[in-house]
Design a binder for this molecule. Structure first.
Ligand code: ADP
Length: 663
């Protein structure tokens, strides 16, 4: 419903025409002035509208007009028209005012909220600034830490360099000293032997001094060389198995000649003839020689006794003497470089002060330690404790032990590498992967492993003088059975052409990188021969599930939907293994087994019975006798499927070549 009022009036505002609503509501009549309709006191507003409308059209001009007893607000639009004015006023409901008040209240709230939001925004900005400052500070301290780390690393490198330089220097100097020292010793010997005529007594005395000094200097040089070798484990350890008894008899032989004092007895206690050690024999002998020669030097009467006893995988050697003893406060110091105890007997037997230091370092190299117990005037007991089997050898045994059991879940990788540490590294790299290391430290060992297992791949470390390794590679690649086993050749020098010419599938320079090695082995292992697996099952879903489990393994999967189809397919495609559903639509699974067993072509194929039905005792017994394994559909997992396949293939004498990558 329209609520407008309309007027036509002259340029002064006198009404010439008005609509019926204006007449009815406002009492407007022709001839009245608009001013007469205005609410009391607002005539001026009417005049102003009239005056403005004479010039131009006016919008939204509000006027309060009298309607009966009330004042009604109209919003006027006015414009000049044909020499007069036309005015149209739209009624502004009084609720408008309330709404307006509400709106303005809302606007007020909104603007308050806005102000709050702005304040919050400011706070957030402030915090962001603070945070970025903290971040910057953190980055700074991080940079500081990094710089410190780099500095430390640099220092460590320098220290290592210095230590290396020291070793080289000591080595070089010692060698440089040796030549002139040997000349001096040789010449003094000539003089003392009177080869070129006699010497006066005084000359002879002087030359003896020279010889003694040259002797002790030469001892010092030898000790320094020993120490630098012991400190850096130079030359590596030569770990081998030997009998304790043999070590003792060799020591007896070398030490007897220096036990010249008739008042001191050198005793070697009897040892268990079957006792064996596996460590570096020559270094152990050097330690014991050192201790025994000290004991002989510092014992004037009584005995020096050497004994050995085993205890919890350790062997304890004791060198006990009845000599002068060592004061308590010197007992640790004597193991330091050039440390000596002062006393008349010590002065008489002045050595280099390096012997015990070397002995302790050597004992540490062997994974053990030396301790002393001593009482002045009563004697000393030096104890050497070392593991009967050196840690490296033990780890190697464990590795061999682990590789003895072929893990059905992992693809065997034959690693031919003479260095134990590198073998451990391979094992560490492949731990937790789908590969199992079969270690071989010699080519003979590698050949023995090959007789036992067919590896998914071979890693062949060719040492510098690796003629036998090259030969091994050539042999592997020229024999029918081993030709298709992929071989990765690893060397320290670039012999790629040679390796490739002999048939290597891949060539790598050391050092090895773990992830690259794993990637490469996965690629290589996949190249081996593929095994065919036949699934006989009418249930499409069961076939699908099994196929998915075998998806990224090394198998070709064939499928048959019934017992008859399965038997036919087995005869024509000769799979390496069959998965047989226990409940088939056409014939009982036992008939399938019978048919397979009665055919020479399929007799040897291992069958894994795959069942969703729980078996009764009789069925189970029969299946256990006739099938390679029984798998229940409800708990079939990828691991289980692959594990059973590998076991079944191994038992059937087929060497599994499955390369499975663990996710
Ligand atoms: P040195 O070449 O002087 O013998 P070592 O390092 O072998 O050097 O020994 C350090 C010192 O420890 C010796 O000088 C000696 O004073 C003391 N010492 C070593 N063994 C014994 C011992 N069995 N009895 C008494 N003192 C010993």
């Amino acid at each position: 419903m329209s609520r407008e009022v309309a007027f036509a009036c002259d340029l002064d505002g006198r009404i010439g025409w008005c609509c019926s609503r204006a007449a009815a509501r406002l009492g407007a009549r022709e001839g009245m002035h608009l001013r007469e309709l205005a609410a009391p006191g607002t005539a001026g507003k009417v005049d102003a509208l009239v005056a403005r409308a004479r010039q131009q059209s006016v919008d939204d001009w509000e006027l309060g007009l009298v309607s009966g007893d009330a004042i009604v607000t109209y919003s006027f639009r006015a414009l000049p028209h044909e020499g007069g004015l036309v005015l149209v006023g739209a009624h502004v409901p009084s609720a408008y005012g309330r709404a307006f008040a509400q709106v303005s209240e809302h606007i007020h709230e909104i603007s308050e909220l806005h102000r709050q939001a702005v304040r919050d925004q400011d706070e957030l900005t402030r915090r962001a600034v603070e945070l970025s400052r903290t971040n910057a500070e953190l980055a700074d301290s991080n940079r500081g830490v990094m710089a410190l780390y780099v500095q430390l690393d640099e220092q460590a490198k320098t220290l290592r360099r210095n230590a290396d330089t020291k070793t080289r220097l000591v080595g070089n100097i010692s060698h440089e000293f040796r030549t002139p020292l040997n000349s001096i010793l040789g010449l003094t010997r000539l003089l003392l032997d009177h080869t070129d005529g006699t010497l006066t007594e005084e000359q002879e005395r002087q030359i003896r001094f020279i010889r003694n000094s040259a002797d002790s200097l030469s001892q010092l040089v030898n000790d320094m060389l020993d120490l630098s070798r012991a400190e850096h484990g130079a030359g590596g350890l030569r770990i081998a198995r030997f009998r304790l008894e043999d070590l003792f008899s060799a020591l007896r032989g070398t030490l007897r000649p220096i036990a010249t004092n008739p008042d001191v007895e050198l005793v070697f206690d009897a040892v268990d003839g079957s006792l064996e050690l596996e460590t570096d024999e020559s270094r152990l002998a050097q330690i014991l020689r050192n201790l025994v020669s000290n004991a002989l030097k510092f014992t004037e009467r009584g005995h020096v006794r050497v004994s050995a006893a085993t205890r919890d995988g350790e062997i304890v050697f004791e060198v006990e003497d009845t000599g002068i003893g060592i004061p308590r406060d010197e007992q640790e110091r004597i193991f330091e470089e050039f440390a000596q105890v002062d006393g008349p007997l010590q002065r008489k037997h002045r050595g280099t002060g390096l012997g015990l230091c070397i002995a302790r370092r050597l004992a540490e190299l062997l994974g053990g330690d030396i301790r002393v117990e001593s009482e002045v005037g009563r004697g000393s007991t030096f104890r050497v404790l070392i593991p009967s089997v050196h840690e490296e050898a033990r780890a190697m045994h464990q590795l061999e032990e682990r590789s003895r059991d072929i893990d059905p879940m992992r693809a065997p990788i034959l690693v031919v590498e003479d260095d134990r540490k590198s073998l451990f590294l391979y094992e560490k790299y492949l731990a937790g992967s789908g590969f199992q290391v079969l270690p071989a430290r010699t080519i003979d060992e590698a050949r023995a492993q090959l007789r036992r297992v067919r590896p998914a791949a071979v890693v062949l470390d060719v040492m510098l003088d690796g003629e036998t390794s090259w030969q091994f590679l050539a042999d592997m690649k020229s024999h029918e059975e081993t030709r298709d086993i992929p071989i990765l050749v690893v060397t320290v020098t670039n012999r790629e052409q040679h390796a490739r010419a002999l048939g290597a599938d891949e060539f790598w320079l050391k050092p090895l990188d773990k992830s690259a090695l794993l990637r490469k082995l996965s690629q290589l292992a996949r190249r081996g021969p593929v095994q065919k697996i036949l699934i006989i099952d009418d249930d499409e879903v069961a076939r699908y599930v099994l196929r998915r489990h075998l998806a990224d393994t090394h198998h070709d999967v064939l499928e048959a939907r019934s017992g008859h189809e399965g038997v036919t397919l087995a005869r024509t495609s000769l799979p390496d293994l069959i998965f047989l559903d226990f409940v088939l639509p056409d014939i009982p699974a036992f008939d399938v087994l019978d048919e397979l067993k009665h055919d020479a072509r399929t007799r040897h194929i291992p069958v894994i019975v795959h069942t969703g039905k729980s078996l009764d005792d009789e069925e189970r017994k029969r299946l256990e006798a006739e099938a390679a394994a029984i798998l229940h559909k409800q708990n079939l997992s990828r691991e289980l499927a692959i594990g059973r396949i590998r076991e079944a293939l191994l038992n059937a004498g087929v060497r599994p070549s499955v390369g499975v990558e663990r996710q």
